[in-house]
Design a protein around this ligand. Structure first.
Ligand code: DAK
Length: 261
């Protein structure tokens, strides 16, 4: 598959998807979102891939939905098509994927760009990253998780202020409040994200997927239901060969050789 609006690379067991629409600040047109979805699906289906990095350019991760494309849309169309989340659409694939995805954010991550980064499993940011939900400035509001994931990530006060004023948050503030896991110098960001993804990909794939499902569960349920989910997942890890191998390797003071089974 050849792509026009993204670049896809494979580095060992890591798949890299780089948003690449530099003349429009990586604005998320439906075509771009769907290319991301196609690439994600291919990487999900590739047994050799254990983790994925989603990055943009050094100046911009993504400046949000393509406002020029969105401008002429009417309510009826958005409602009838559940824009742009039709079954099989790129956004739906991003939301439903099972392999871990790291967002590597440099520069602007605004509107749908911030939402796309937050839909990943965690965000590594460069020192130039700037996050915001400026939709209110163009007369609308976040539509792909901005009010929900931002509030869960940074709490009500910051989320409310950002969504109501459109104020951007820089990398330091984003790390301080827990929106990003770490800050990396801009020139090193993509390499560091790939290195981090490679570390995840070296773990047992099914166990990494269970870890992801279990942490995600913390945002879907109350504490006792979440604890029960985790306990059941923990018990079921004992059905994997990789659990036997991991503990045997520890006892034998060697590196485990996971077979992803
Ligand atoms: N859409 C289209 N084009 C964009 C764009 C965008 N969001 N952002 C930038 N561009 C284009 C500019 O129009 C300009 O194009 P030319 O004029 O050169 O042709 C080029 O990129 C360079 O932009 P600037 O000249 O503005 O560059 P600056 O460095 O001065 O400013 C900026 C950079 C990022 C601060 C500024 O461009 C800006 O404020 N952009 C708009 C940011 C914004 O409002 N974003 C939120 C959009 S609403 C959903 C999924 C997603 C969404 C909703 C629902 N579902 C799943 C239901 C998302 C909604 C949104 O994101």
């Amino acid at each position: 598959m050849s792509y026009e609006l993204i670049q896809v690379e494979i580095q060992g067991a890591v798949g890299l998807i780089r948003l690449h629409r530099p003349d429009a600040m990586n604005a998320l047109s439906v075509a771009l979102i769907n290319e991301v979805g196609v690439a994600l699906q291919a990487l999900e289906q590739d047994e050799a891939i254990g983790a994925i990095v989603l990055s943009g350019g050094e100046k911009v991760f993504a400046a949000g939905a393509d406002l020029k494309e969105m401008q002429s849309k009417a309510f009826t169309e958005l409602y009838l098509t559940d824009f742009p989340q039709l079954p099989g659409s790129g956004w739906e694939r991003l939301e439903r994927r099972r392999k871990p995805v790291i967002a590597a954010v440099s520069g602007y991550a605004l509107g749908g760009g911030c939402e796309m980064a937050m839909a990943c499993d965690f965000i590594l940011a460069s020192n130039t990253a700037r996050f915001g939900q400026p939709e209110i400035s163009v007369g609308t509001l976040p539509g792909a998780g901005g009010t929900q994931r931002l509030a869960r990530a940074v709490g009500k006060a910051k989320a409310m202020e950002m969504c109501l004023t459109g104020r951007m948050m820089d990398a330091e503030e984003a790390e301080r409040v827990g929106l990003v896991s770490r800050i990396v110098p801009v020139a090193e960001l993509e390499a560091e994200a790939i290195k981090t993804a490679a570390r995840i990909a070296a773990m047992s794939r099914p166990i990494a997927m269970m870890v992801k499902e279990s942490v995600d569960q913390a945002f879907e349920s109350g504490l006792s239901a979440g604890l029960m989910f985790e306990r059941r997942a923990f018990a079921s890890s004992f059905s994997f060969e990789d659990r036997t191998e991991g503990m045997a390797a520890f006892a034998e003071k060697r590196r485990p050789e996971f077979k992803h089974r």
